[in-house]
Design a protein around this ligand. Structure first.
Ligand SMILES: NC(=O)C1=CN([C@@H]2O[C@H](COP(=O)(O)OP(=O)(O)OC[C@H]3O[C@@H](n4cnc5c(N)ncnc54)[C@H](OP(=O)(O)O)[C@@H]3O)[C@@H](O)[C@H]2O)C=CC1
Ligand SMILES: O=C(O)[C@@H]1CCC=N1
Length: 287
């Protein structure tokens, strides 16, 4: 297949949680072989790098080597490290390469500013479930990415879950919604399982049951076209058990708290974007 053939070499600048999740997702989708991936970190002794190596990926502490070996280069360091890393690798960047950044609050403009003029750049916001090919990744691209490269991006992202293009001005909100989203689900899952423990169900059994309940509920929303409110009403019998729990949640302002949580994360992403002037800044560290 033409698309798969183009994906023969993928690089990761940074080998942390997001890079590893994406690399494993792409490998398990069969888009790339582990030995055709090169990943870097700050040093050869990085535990992250050793973990990548454990997945069969070629590893190095030389960022330029990653770029030299790859047709698609993922930028996956923390936001404040992106600019210096891009400036470091700029001398070896080729025009045919595609750069895909996952860094929160790091704009297409600032990515382009630190790369040679005309470099093809995509900014995306994935989430960690790409590792099990059930991720959500929203992306935006600069003017140099079109046609075949857009197809390539969609092919890659589609192979590890849902990939969707959106205008860049949505990206900070998306960060707070789906980029951070899995963490909210895990807190909810753990809290629900603790509810089971409180009532007498062993934690590991509760976690398993609730995780499946989450999958089932999400599938209902995606597959049967009903609004979540209606699906909730289908579960709540008059004077029954569920409505007792829903009343408890509503009295505590559950929905408002969840909305505020998304807003707080999006606001932080926006704050990072505003701080992002292409320089290394320790102001990324929230005081
Ligand atoms: N975690 C998540 O769920 C998501 C994260 N993101 C974005 O992904 C990016 C990475 O986050 P995450 O994976 O969580 O972070 P991690 O801290 O897990 O990983 C960061 C990686 O960058 C490496 N690194 C740091 N400096 C350099 C350098 N100069 N050259 C090469 N590599 C370097 C680190 O090396 P070392 O191993 O030596 O420390 C580490 O491997 C961030 O920009 C974040 O906004 C986006 C969506 C979701
Ligand atoms: O917490 C963070 O900053 C990263 C970006 C989105 C999810 N995790």
């Amino acid at each position: 297949m033409r698309m798969a053939a183009r994906l023969y070499s993928i690089g990761f600048l940074g080998s942390g949680k997001m890079a590893t999740a994406m690399a494993r997702g792409l490998i398990s989708a069969g888009l790339v072989r582990p030995e055709d991936i090169t990943a870097s970190a700050t040093s050869d002794t990085s535990l992250n790098l050793q973990r990548m190596k454990g997945h069969g990926v070629r590893v190095t502490s030389d960022n330029s080597e990653v770029v030299r070996r790859s047709s698609v280069v993922w930028i996956a360091t923390k936001p404040h490290t992106v600019a210096p890393v891009l400036r470091e690798i700029s001398p070896v960047v080729r025009r045919d390469q595609l750069f895909v950044s996952v860094a929160a609050g790091t704009t297409l403009n600032s990515l382009a500013k630190n790369l040679p003029e005309g470099t093809k750049v995509v900014r995306c916001m994935p989430n960690t479930p790409v590792v099990v090919r059930s991720g959500v990744t929203v992306y935006s691209r600069n003017g140099t990415v079109n046609g075949e490269d857009k197809e390539l991006v969609e092919h890659m992202l589609g192979s590890v879950g849902l990939g969707m293009e959106m205008p860049e001005h949505y990206m900070d909100i998306i960060t707070g919604l789906t980029g951070c989203g899995p963490s909210y689900m895990y807190v909810m899952l753990d809290a629900l399982a603790d509810g089971g423990v409180y009532a007498g169900i062993p934690k590991e059994i509760g976690l398993r049951l609730i995780a499946h309940t989450m999958i089932g509920a999400a599938k209902m929303v995606l597959e049967n076209g009903k609004h979540p409110q209606e699906l909730k009403d289908d579960v709540c019998s008059p004077a029954g058990t569920s409505i007792q729990a829903i009343r408890t949640l509503e009295k505590a302002g559950f929905r408002g708290i969840v909305m505020d949580a998304v807003h707080a994360a999006s606001k932080r992403a926006l704050e990072l974007s505003r701080l992002d002037n292409g320089e290394t800044k320790d102001v990324y560290v929230k005081r």
